[in-house]
Design a protein around this ligand. Structure first.
Ligand code: NDP
Length: 327
């Protein structure tokens, strides 16, 4: 038997509880992983609370990422004792996920934990941090360089935002952090933000074009914020959009794209190809100062994950919530 968070469709609606599962209840897969850490991403909070239809099949173990040790493998690519991590691929949505002491998954979904990181550090980064790196890679592939000008990070005190700031500042960019939490200014500066702005400057309906400021941007907020970010991005600059914390809408005009040659990159972590994932994790091992992860991370036990989900949706959580599934 092992412990897991289980989401069920009960008579009263969507219900999440801490349960004991039998190994026989695990879904099909060729690798069984003894999970050490998982995390509480924004999407996991949606899955636990039922605030959005993230869960595709009931019952479900939520948790879109995990890190742990291979217990048994039917694929020679992995051996018992190997340190592995997993992000996305529908885990925690349509296949039992990481908020459990055990997981059974497809071998192709697993990546090795980079030698630079412990399992806990890998999950401090988690899907949010790996997505932040996918955004940075998109901007780099566009040709962005530190000398080009300021880079904006929205949703700055959240998981994607915190890791994006740490990576970009380490790479030498002048990072401007947009947050709704003025009290987190010193935290954002400690991660490497050169300037902190109030997200209210970006979150209301704006003009099709504004004063050009950003050479690049990482946006995890969407809605009017993303529209305003595009409208204030410099000629031939680029924006990497990965999130919808403000909203899924995109009330923009084509003006930034057709008059300033701005490029908007969509970033998805769930189905990203393996080669890109390997690139992102090797760059995280190289370009993220692991000592900053402590400031970004708050650890909770498995039993605390349900209560914490509400805090995530209320925007009260700073950085990353790592779940020690054995605590
Ligand atoms: P967090 O909850 O950790 O951070 C989101 C941040 O967004 C908050 O901390 C807050 O930052 C800001 N925010 C919240 N509500 C609003 C609002 N109403 N208006 C403006 N800003 C707001 O989430 P994550 O960092 O884990 O994820 C961020 C987004 O990215 C989510 O939408 C998530 O679903 C998405 N995502 C997408 C992925 C993909 O594959 N495309 C992968 C991972 C995440 P502050 O307090 O600083 O203002």
């Amino acid at each position: 038997m092992f412990k897991a968070i289980v989401v069920e469709k009960a008579a009263a609606g969507h219900e999440a509880r801490l349960a004991e599962l039998d190994e026989a209840q695990l879904p099909e897969g060729d690798v069984t992983v003894r999970v050490e850490y998982s995390t509480l991403n924004y999407k996991d909070a949606l899955a636990i609370t039922g605030a959005s239809p993230v869960v595709r099949k009931y019952p479900m173990v939520p948790g879109i990422d995990l890190a742990g040790v291979v217990e048994a493998s039917g694929d020679p690519a992995w051996s018992p004792g190997d340190r592995v991590l997993l992000d996305g691929w529908g885990v925690g949505e349509s296949h039992f996920g990481g908020l459990a002491q055990k997981a059974r998954v497809r071998s192709a979904w697993l990546l090795p934990v980079p030698a630079a990181f412990t399992s806990r550090q890998a999950m401090s980064i988690g899907t949010a941090g790996y997505t932040a790196m996918l955004c940075v890679l998109a901007l780099e592939k566009h040709g962005l360089k530190p000398g080009d000008g300021e880079v904006l990070v929205t949703g700055a005190a959240g998981g994607v935002g915190s890791v994006a700031i740490a990576i970009l500042s380490r790479l030498g960019y002048r990072v401007v952090a947009s947050t709704g939490r003025a009290a987190e200014a010193s935290y954002l500066q400690s991660l490497g933000a050169a300037e902190v702005i109030d997200r209210a400057q970006l979150s209301a309906p704006g003009k099709p074009l504004g004063k050009e400021r950003w050479a690049g941007a990482v946006d995890s907020v969407g809605s009017h914020t993303l529209a305003n970010v595009c409208a204030t991005t410099r000629y031939r600059g680029a924006v990497a959009a990965c999130g919808l914390a403000q909203g899924m809408d995109f009330p923009a005009t084509v003006a930034p794209f057709i008059l300033r040659g701005v490029t908007l990159y969509g970033v998805d972590s769930v189905m990203a190809p393996r080669a890109l994932r390997l690139e992102a994790w090797s760059r995280l091992a190289r370009d993220l100062d692991a000592t900053k992860l402590d400031a970004i991370t708050h650890e909770i036990g498995l039993g605390e994950a349900i209560g914490a989900a509400r805090d995530v949706l209320a925007g009260k959580v700073r950085g990353r919530l790592v779940v020690n599934v054995n605590r």
